[in-house]
Design a protein around this ligand. Sequence first.
Ligand code: SF4
Ligand code: SF4
Length: 426
Amino acid sequence: MNTNPSEATAPAYNRSRQAREAETLLDRIQDDFPDNPQAMRYFYDLFRRVYCQGEPVKHEGTLVGTTCIHAPEELIYAFGATPVRLCNGSYHYDQIGADFMPAKSCPLVKATLGSLHAKAAVPDTKSLELIVNPTTCDQKTKASAMIEAMGYRVHDLELPPAKESEEARLYWQRSVRRLALRLRELTGRKLTRNNLRQAMARTARAQTAFRTLHQLRKSAPALFLGKDAFLVTNAYFFDDLDRWTAAVERLNAELQLRQMEGFQAAQKRAPRILFTGSPPIFPNLKLPLLIEEAGGVVVADETCSANRMLYDMTAVDEWLLNDMVDGLADRYLKPCTCPIFTRNDDRQRRLLQLAADFHVDGVVYQAFAGCQVYEMEYRSIADVLAAQGIPMLYVETDYSPDDMGQLSTRIEAFLESIKTRKRNAR
Ligand code: SF4
Ligand code: SF4
């Protein structure tokens, strides 16, 4: 029951600024492009119901917020709880976060803390019983105490700054076991081989569906646009796991049909773009959308709101509880290519592999203003790509719509230069 007078007079959610941002974006995604797949309707409707109308997403058991892909979600599901990823892409909440965070903070962290501070209805912050905050970059690490001061329960999931050494691996495995203990305290349930195995099977099915979608995007000409791919993976943050998986399976079936029929979602010569860097998070899909509005097509990405979140699967040698937890911990450390780690040659290798597999013509690198690690890694990535003759556009941006005009001009010029290269190479 709502007894708080300030809440009673608060505007309805569907008139909130976040709802308007979401609506504007969804209108562009749906109306500015012909031939959207029928199966995308599930995702368009889901975002409209949840983000524009404020419809609550039903969840099973305790709701546990996570602030980064390093929080092992299978463990949360195994305790009968439901994870929801709190990383936020709203400019409205970014501005709220700016009121109490340093001006040069990353917009992702500002918006996430802004939404928690405002006790946002979407995501449903009032139902959160715990927030798992992996100690990744400095800003996320420092966020724990601030979130706690807002009245939330926070678990610091301690992540090592390196991922190569055995010491780091053991440190991380212990951290994941500590998280299991905290979840046991929270839910009053026991972790068993059976419930962990079931949770792993559910996420493995979701990952398999994602991998099929990923493979289908190799098709040239493209069958599917990146703006829709990011919407699908952003839905994974909050949607029911099994419903999301079934919707992606339906989308895959439709794309397979498109493939057989020789369908083209973009022009044959549309520049094929690989997207990397700071993650596009709904409703801030500004950059992927600008690329596709300018005639490019985002065919693959290396970001933690899509590929990095879903591609790598857990490998378990022995189906004994401790081995399963260790296998799970490994999956959340080793393959991650986030620049928070001391050495990150893996990211260079992965980008080159994706560029080759998806016949990429160019790379767009998004660095959020205030994110030092992505900014610092830019040079090494640029050098590796240049050595292979792959052009890259580096874009420093934030959640504000103010730079759209300038970004659009730069993207158009980049795509034009790719087209000229392709013409000259013929
Ligand atoms: S950018 Fe890195 S630290 Fe930040 S949410 Fe993504 S994976 Fe986590
Ligand atoms: S974009 Fe950078 S600063 Fe922001 S959460 Fe990711 S690593 Fe941290």
